[in-house]
Design a protein around this ligand. Sequence first.
Ligand code: PMP
Length: 360
Amino acid sequence: KRVENVMSIYWSELIRGLDPYVPGEQPRDRQYIKLNTNENPYPPSPAVLEAIREHTNQDLRLYPDPNGDILKAAVADYFQVEKNNVFVGNGSDEVLAFAFISIFKQAKPILYPDISYSFYPVYSKFFEIEAVTVPLTADFQIDLADYPVDNGGIIFPNPNAPTGRILPLEQIEALLQRNTASVVLVDEAYIDFGGVSCIPLIKKYPNLLVAQTLSKSRSLAGLRIGYAVGSAELIEGLERAKNCFNSYTLDRLALVAGAAAMRDRDYFDTTCRAVMATREWVVSALKQLGFEVVPSAANFIFICHQNQSAEELFSELRLRGVLVRYFKQPRIDNHLRVTIGTDREMQELVRQLQAILGSN
Ligand code: PMP
């Protein structure tokens, strides 16, 4: 009762009308095989742990560098761009928030796929940005030819989430050639598991912004580090929004850890290749169990069983200690999204699915 009163009296109309984002569950009641939030099953690079150890000293009493220069330099070096082409934030979610505020608040509506990252509608509503969704094709592909040029901006993940499907670079470039009057934001959270980034295209297209994260391919979800790469003008827009909001970028440990992760290319290559190799055998094993598997270029797969409901499979797996992601949402409520874990975790998933399907 008291909460209701507070809601009606103190909350703004905007907050009262919001549906907050519901992240994947992080239960603590038992030890689960956690395949529900697309974390990397491998630990971060040893160089990351070393950087954190080295910087865990009395300097923590000092504020961090508000520009996050050390991380920007490492990202710029990795992609062979300038530091003023890089914006860094607390996870790519925060980077996307700054992009919505500084770039997408336009007179015309922004466009994004109807089945996509569920934060886009949350941010649109929160920042009061009109949005129009563009349906995926019947086989869950984004068709960029369906995106009219009369828009306030376009955002889509590549590979898409939760489907895992990837668009070839040529199709993104064709969109950029047509769509010159608004920003195209490509959310490449999952690009490192077999995809090709469109970051090199920023030199040719000043309206292209690319967001990436260290949460997935660099095993640092716990530190919250993301960045965007784009023309100096777009990045300047993001910096302005950030400086009006919170003048510090990332904490001291995240900055040095993120930089160390970007520099350790060998470890990054090895762990990404391991995830892709696991994905390959898991896809065949699940197909043998009667699953349809959407082609994936991400560290997760999107699957659907011919004669077993996804919701039931989700609950059965949960009871057996395996967490996957189920979306109670039209068109995809017969699918499960399963993160690629270690080989052992995935063997256990397959074993449990065999048991569940065999007993029906
Ligand atoms: N974009 C997409 C498509 C995602 O799935 C996620 C992870 N939930 C993010 C961005 C954000 O990741 P983070 O904030 O951890 O960088």
